[in-house]
Design a protein around this ligand. Sequence first.
Ligand code: SF4
Length: 387
Amino acid sequence: MSGGGTPGGRRLGEALVRWFEEHKRALPWRQNRDPYRVWVAEVMLQQTRVDTVAPRYVSFLRRFPSVEALAAAGEDEVLKEWEGLGYYSRARNLRLAAREIVNRYGGRFPDSPEELRRLPGIGRYTAAAVASIAFNRPAAAVDGNVLRVMARLHGIDEPVTRAPVQRRIERLTEALIPPGRAADFTEALMELGALVCTPGQPDCGRCPWRDACTAYLEGRTGELPVRPQRTAPRVVHGAVAVVTANGDGARAGRRVLVVRRPAGGLLAGMWEFPWVETAPDASEAECEAILTRTLRDRYGLDVVVDGGLPAVRHVFSHLEWRLQVFAARVRPGAEAPAGRRELAAQGRAAGEDGDLVWAAPEELDGLAFGRAHRRIADTWRKRRPAP
Ligand code: SF4
């Protein structure tokens, strides 16, 4: 095929941009190329499907319409707005980067990929995407879709997960950008990957690059891109307790115990019901025993387990949770540990394991949960006895 950087390479870029002008979808983030809007869209679209993102993007921008609004928001608020989209470090980093843009750059986005990459959560791809789409800089934004299209176009048969292959694809992509059309080109290439050069069976008959594409001409579209075999996610078994209180006031009987995950790692800072890892083959009785012991050791909480609730399974990219869920209540006559509200009322701060809340059922909607624990919350609310 025509070499990168040559007039032939640029002609391919121009053909792609013309195709895009005719075929692009009307998506909420394409209303204008304001850098804040472009950035939020690029971060949301990582690992998440377009039809899931579209309504959530509109709602996120309604809630945080500017980089200043996002910078002024609390972490809880941003996590709550992000709930269900997964990969929550994206939300935390968005807020941190917004604060930096406001504090360090006076609210104006840096326009070069190098400077953008100094902001929290902005890697090579996002920096290049924002620089090219919002500022028309000739930077190649290479994500999984672009790796696939370029590997097919150029017939690259090394694994596209390897960093040197990705750098090479970056250079090859850059060489296709028509002068002055970086923004259109970047969006066009993403659109080609989403609509035509799709992972399964690409629709080569509709592709503006068909006559130059190695994979198409050699009948290798099914083999490319080359990816190493995925390893199966690690399975973690656990037992979860939905503990209702028996106290008065802030810990009255209809309230339920939720705890906050640590500030780093998986689902950092999100809320969940207390739980503990168990052996894969743990029986119900063993789960109940280990839960009772854990609640006592971790929170000084003495409970009676009332029975099982539906189990929950959740698959992350690298990990799978299989959780047995139990309804429990504070043992009659036992003291329930103070939550953050009670501590605050006494002028004390919540500690690492002490960051817990006795939440009224309706308050659960206002806390940011991961998907698995949101499902548990919803099931428990439907099943609990009427007050
Ligand atoms: S011709 Fe087919 S395989 Fe090649 S880039 Fe176009 S859609 Fe992808």
